[in-house]
Design a protein around this ligand. Structure first.
Ligand code: ADP
Ligand code: MG
Length: 722
């Protein structure tokens, strides 16, 4: 139906004369602005707060607020807001004007340290999983000085944590910061075995954000996209990604204009955008910045997703961040590149100069594997959602089993270390030079970590890449688990090494002994083969890895004794917080499917069936007319095909209406369940499969019904931006 006309939007190519280095972080109150706008002693205090986690007193906060206000007002700012990450998707904000009565009947602009540091947003409409009814009805947001304040339009945005009055986290940032503290302390302790001067360990995160673009007008004509973020029906386009011609292909002009605009805005907000390219599926793209400290990287990802949604509309697009907006083509993920670094260098880098460097490398690799091995089910639970479930386990994304890919060289080093008593094992070269015999292409350093796209947790040279996260997820969800599990593994490692040292064993020998033990223990997590294969699923089950594929049951991982113990011990979550958050996960899960099922039912009954029947009537009409004007024998021959079609349409329609009713009843039954977990399981086991089976029939109707009548834009119309 809708075609060309909608894709001819004006191309607005932003043209900026300055270089990125000139406008980078223009709207960020970073260290440089602090230096410029704060008195010297206040600046020094703020550095201590940011670098060493010193507490911020109200007098300093007042002085900082005054400097911020001056800077912000020079840029036309009139409002401020605390910006936080509640347990819904995305971010939340509540804007307050700078204005105050001046006591003389007029107004003054005012922004105090108190307004900077703390706010009480009306917390009652954010999900709290019962925390607030159990504990205390109010919540408040508190400034996170580790993430700089920034400006959007006329508003000063203040990154904050969001917690209940009794201290339970109601957001992602508070537990993320706790997990970062835990891993930094544990990792610094272990790093000091090798480098006694290490002061702290920083966690780095470099995310790669995938997304789809569709024409705004086509989007508006798809109620399923508007209401659920994905197409609930739609037959494959004859051409989709089978030619592999989109990945890294040239970027269409309108999309390039969007990307350019997006990058300018992102750079102005201090997001260090680096890479952009086409992805595998038609209309699918990726943006990746340079990695940053994890807390800041998470904020930047949230900010970027909001920017993408906003700017896409300016360019006549809608940005789809759903993990699986279109069946039959690849979905979108968010690779999380994770590493630890000391104030003196990275910890996961294998290109060491000395045996001590190599032992440090092996230690941190093996303890990462221990963390992932012990909590593989929980890591999977941290990335699963009603939307990401469509992507995981399909032949495009990591399988629904967490394992780690190491590459042949590292695997060999671990195997040799495990078997040998030899202490000369550490002659481990990191990279290997290889000259390519192509004119003008310089010598390349081939990374020894060959790639394996099917692994959910792959070692890639100086970091691990957790690839299972969903495109619209908050990265913090999986980073909290990974950091905490790592903190636990390193804490246990140190306890065991210290015990051996206490018994009189030499430090290096003690470390080697524990590393060897752990290499044996965590072996089941290491898998370099094809993660998509059925054999792997069976093998993983034999190895005792978590192979559960039902999302609501995966969430149980948050409540196991091991999980509760790990989070309590590392001071990240109390058991009560875990219970509350799980309730929210289950609720989000079934509500998503509930909405999808309702929208889908409506589409079937109000859009698809009436059109199919209208087309069928036209066919029946035609059959009668053919009978009227042709002799019986000829008419029979001419009508044969149409009669078959009429019958097929009847069958599809009968199936659809019958099963739409069954789906409604399944919903009703699920809704009546009191227990959230039971309800989520019922939606997974009963409602979702019915939706799938009905979709199959609808998609077949799409193939036979007159294109002019078909009420929804089709995949081939939506998926190829020209
Ligand atoms: P890919 O080949 O997987 O697309 P890229 O070179 O595009 O890899 O990098 C992906 C992301 O990994 C980027 O955000 C990059 O900054 C980040 N990255 C690189 N090194 C590290 C590291 N040591 N720790 C964390 N992230 C890193
Ligand atoms: Mg990558």
């Amino acid at each position: 139906m809708v075609g060309e006309a909608f894709s001819k939007q004006p191309v607005d190519v932003p043209n900026r004369k300055e270089r990125p280095s000139e406008y980078f972080a223009k709207y960020v109150f970073n260290r440089q602005k602090m230096f410029q706008y704060l008195p010297a002693d206040v600046f020094r205090k703020m550095c201590d707060v940011m670098d060493n986690g010193a507490t911020l007193d109200l007098a300093t906060a007042d002085a900082v607020a005054a400097g911020m206000k001056k800077w912000a007002m020079e840029l036309g700012v009139t409002h401020c807001t605390h910006w936080f990450q509640p347990l819904t998707e995305g971010t939340a904000e509540k804007h307050d004007g700078f204005v105050e009565h001046d006591g003389k009947g007029g107004m003054v602009e005012e922004f105090t340290g108190k307004a900077l540091v703390q706010q009480e947003p009306d917390a009652s409409s954010f999900p709290s999983g019962g925390i607030r009814s159990t504990f205390e009805a109010r919540g408040y947001s508190a400034w996170d000085p580790a993430s700089p304040v920034f400006i959007i339009d006329d508003t000063l945005m203040i990154p904050t944590v969001f917690i209940s009055y009794t201290g339970e986290a109601l957001d992602y940032k508070a537990p993320l910061k706790k997990s970062l503290k835990a891993v930094n302390e544990a990792a610094a302790d272990v790093a000091r075995y090798f480098y006694p001067d290490v002061k702290k360990v920083v966690t780095n995160l470099g995310w790669e954000q995938e997304y789809f673009l569709v024409d705004e007008s086509l989007y508006a004509a798809r109620p399923d996209l508007v209401m659920t973020g994905r197409t609930l029906m739609g037959h494959d386009s004859a051409k989709n990604q089978q030619m592999d011609d989109h990945y890294f292909g040239s970027i269409p002009g309108r999309v390039a204009a969007f990307m350019k605009d997006l990058e300018i805005h992102a750079l102005e907000l201090g997001i260090p955008c680096k890479t952009r390219h086409n992805e595998v599926a038609p209309n699918q793209f990726e943006l990746a910045p340079i990695f940053e400290e994890c807390n800041l990287a998470v904020d930047h990802n949230m900010l970027l997703m909001a920017l993408m949604r906003k700017l896409a509309r300016k360019h006549g697009f809608r940005c789809l961040l759903h993990e699986k907006p279109f069946a039959g083509v690849n979905g979108s993920g968010k690779h999380n590149n994770w590493s630890l670094a000391t104030d003196t260098g990275v910890l996961l880098h294998g290109q060491g100069k000395t045996p001590i460097d190599n032992l440090r490398f092996i230690t941190f690799i093996v303890e990462t594997l221990m963390a992932v091995y012990r909590h593989n089910g929980l890591l999977k639970a941290s990335i699963i959602s009603a939307t990401n479930a469509h992507r995981l386990g399909a032949n495009e994304a990591p399988p629904a089993i967490v394992s780690s890919y190491l590459g042949s060289q590292l695997a060999e080093v671990l195997a040799r270390l495990e078997e040998s008593e030899d202490e000369d094992i550490f002659n481990l070269a990191g990279k290997e030079s290889k000259t390519l015999d192509i004119p003008q292409i310089p010598e390349l350093h081939i990374d020894r970590t060959d790639r394996n796209r099917t692994s959910p947790f792959a070692f890639t040279g100086n970091r691990f890449e957790f690839r299972a996260a969903g495109s619209q997820a908050n990265c913090a969800a999986s980073m909290i688990v990974l950091n905490t599990a790592m903190a636990e593994a390193l804490t246990d490692f140190k306890l065991r090494v210290d015990a051996l040292i206490e018994e009189g064993m030499d430090k290096v020998k003690a470390i080697l002994r524990v590393v060897r033990e752990d290499i044996k223990t965590c072996k089941p997590i290491h898998f370099d083969g094809n993660g998509y294969s059925e054999e792997w699923r069976q093998e993983a089950a034999r190895r005792g890895l978590d192979v559960e594929s039902s999302a609501p049951i995966m969430f149980d991982q948050y409540l196991t004794p091991e999980t509760k113990q790990m989070f309590s011990r590392m001071h990240v979550f109390t058991p009560a917080e875990l219970e509350a958050r799980n309730e929210i996960k289950l609720e989000n899960y079934y509500k998503k499917i509930q909405i999808e099922s309702r929208v889908f039912g409506d589409l079937c009954l109000n859009h698809i069936l009436p059109v199919a029947l209208r087309y069928q009537s036209a066919l029946i009409d035609n059959v009668f007319k053919v009978k009227e004007i042709f002799p019986a024998a000829t008419a029979e021959k001419l009508n044969a095909n149409n009669l078959k079609l009429i019958e097929a349409i009847s069958e599809h329609c009968a199936f659809i209406s019958e099963h739409a009713e069954l789906m409604r009843l399944a919903r009703k039954e699920a809704n009546a369940m009191v227990n959230e977990r039971d309800r989520a399981i019922a939606y997974h086991d009963k409602v979702a499969p019915l939706m799938e089976s009905i979709r199959y029939e609808v998609d077949h109707l799409e193939l036979v019904v007159d294109d002019e009548l078909w009420p929804l834009p089709k995949y081939r119309e939506m998926l190829f931006i020209r």
